[in-house]
Design a protein around this ligand. Sequence first.
Ligand code: YXS
Length: 261
Amino acid sequence: MDTQYFSVESRGYVRAISMTNSRKHNSFNAAMSADLVRLLEVARHDGTRVVLLRAEPGVKVWSAGHDISDLPTGDEDPLNWTNTLAEMADAVAGFPLPLIAVVEGGVWGGACELVMSADLVVAHIDSTFAITPAKLGVAYSSGGVSRFMAALPSHIVKEMFFTAEPISANRAHELGVVNRLAADEPELSTQAWELAERIAQRAPLTLRSIKAEARAVSEPTYAAGTAEELKSLRDAAWTSEDYQEGVQAFRQRRPPEFRGR
Ligand code: YXS
C-alpha cells in the first residue's frame, strides 16, 4: 500500500504513515497532499483505530511545508488556485480517528499546521516548529489560523506568525503542543507506538465522539451546523455493544474487547 511519497506499516489496530520524500524535505506538492488524503481515507474504513503520521527516522527536516514551486505565481487569480496543502490539513483535522504526529527535525509552514491539526504530538527533543507565511508574503485561511489558536495561546500564535522564527521542541512542550518529548530516535518510536497502542485499546466510538466534540468547541469554522452530527456520534457510543462490553468487563475484572460497534 506504499505510495510515491509515503510508506505504510500496520501493527494491530495502529497504522503508521511515513513521509518518504526526504530528498525534497517532504515538501508537500499536490500529489503528495492527495496521497495523504487517500491513505487517511483507507485507514478510516479498514478497521484502523489510531494513525501515526511521521517522517523516516533520522531526518533533519520533518517537512518543509508547502512545495514552494507549487504556490501560485502571483499573476493569476488567487481564487482559481486550489491550496492542496490546506485541503490536506482540513482532511487531517476532520479525520475521525485519533492521529498522532511523530516529529523529528524541522517543521515548516503548512507542515506546522498539519502538526497542529493532529490530536497528539510526540517529538524528538531537537525538533523545531515555524509558521512562515510572513516570510513569503502569503495570506492564511481562517480555518488554518483557528487550528493554531486551538493548540496555542493567542500571543504565542501571533509571535510565531509575526516573526516566522522556529520555536524549540522544549518550548512547544512547555506550551502544551507537544505531549511527549523523546531524547533520541529509538525512544521517539517506542513512545509513539506505546501511546498509539494504549489509545487503540480504548472504546473507538467514544474516541470518535470526543474528537468531534473537541473540534466543534475549538474550531469556529467547523462548529456551525454540526449539532446533529455530534448528537449522532454521541448516540452511537451510548447505544453501542462496546458500552455494554465496557461495563461488563469492569464488573468481571477483565480488560474490555472493544469492536467499534
Ligand atoms: O535544490 P534541490 O533540488 O536539491 O532542492 C532543495 C530545496 O529547494 C528543496 N526544498 C523545497 N522545495 C520546495 N518547497 C519547499 N518548501 C522546499 N524546502 C526545501 O529541498 C532541497 C533541499 O533543500 P535545502 O538545500 O534548502 O536544504 P537545507 O538543509 O540547507 O535547508 C533546509 C530548510 C528546511 C531550512 C530549507 O530548505 C528551507 O528553508 N526550506 C523552506 C522552508 C519554508 O519556509 N517552508 C514554508 C513553505 S511555504 C508554506 O508552507 C505555506 C505556503 S506557509 O508559509 O504560508 O505556511
